[in-house]
Design a binder for this molecule. Structure first.
Ligand code: HH2
Length: 258
């Protein structure tokens, strides 16, 4: 899953600030590099970020979703707002990626009203507050239980199991120790039977492990993607598509059944 951020303030520094031509050029490049899906976001979720008004988010993402509707790979909308979900699905998106785990009233209904795929992500708190003092008794169990509960609510609303992915939400209300426990315990998350999506690309935990600034975390991100795949992730959400695709080609050749 290649990332296209239409924000002015993404933590990763790659925000396109509503530049549609830039987004289309980036989409073509990511597809050439081997992305199988594109994730379009219009609200930064970096720690401390405040929500943007719905209309601003729609103005940022809808022109890109519309323009990508004819592209040969699925388009995912990265939003927790039901109104943005519905508008993006009507404009051609076929995946909803919700960092809020479908907790917002109306989110489950928005997904159920469509035949889209959906990614349920775990976050403790909201982006504004999530890194203040995240705490867990047993992060792997708590996160897995939350994801299965929300996936179950989707199924109860009529969303077929085959449409649902889950994501532990690396960096979303988690300290380094929690992120590492989740990476090591990703096989437990995957044992739920839902395909696991993992997003570690350029994140703070990679900076903590390597001492590198955001723009120099590509190698760390590739290693993190491989670690996630080794523990059962089926989809990795990345900025550095070419490097990740190459690494996965070698990995898959070495461990064909892994
Ligand atoms: N991480 C980010 C945003 N959306 N979605 C899923 N499913 N999993 C993730 O780990 C995830 C996500 C944050 O990364 P990025 O989009 O690069 O930054 P920002 O939110 O600041 O635009």
């Amino acid at each position: 899953m290649g990332i296209i951020n239409m924000t002015p303030d993404s933590f990763s520094g790659d925000g396109l600030a509503g530049n549609v031509d830039g987004a289309l050029a980036q989409a073509r490049r990511l597809i050439d590099e081997g992305a199988d899906m594109l994730d379009i976001g219009g609200e930064s979720t970096r720690p401390g970020a405040a929500p943007v008004p719905e209309e601003d988010e729609l103005d940022r993402v809808l022109p890109v979703v519309r323009a990508l509707a004819d592209f040969p790979i699925p388009v995912s909308i990265d939003t927790w707002k039901p109104k943005v979900m519905r508008a993006a699905l009507a404009a051609g998106a076929s995946v909803v990626n919700d960092i809020n785990g479908l907790r917002e009233p109306g989110a489950i209904e928005a997904v159920a009203a469509s035949d889209c795929a959906v990614c349920v992500m775990h976050m403790q708190g909201s982006p504004l507050t999530m890194q203040i003092d995240p705490s867990y008794r047993d992060v792997v169990t708590e996160v897995t239980d939350f994801l299965c509960r929300q996936a179950g609510r989707l199924e109860d609303a009529g969303v077929a199991r085959a449409r649902i992915m889950i994501d532990p939400g690396f960096g979303f209300g988690k300290q380094l120790e929690h992120n590492l426990a989740l990476l090591r315990g990703l096989d437990h998350v995957a044992s739920s039977g839902y395909p696991v999506l993992a997003g570690l690309s350029r994140k703070t935990m990679l900076g903590a492990l390597t001492g590198r600034q955001i723009g120099a975390r590509s190698a760390a991100g590739v290693a993190a993607a491989l670690a996630a795949v080794a523990r059962g992730a089926k989809i990795v959400r990345v900025h550095d598509v070419a490097a990740t695709v190459d690494a996965l080609a070698v990995w898959k050749a070495a461990f064909p059944s892994g």
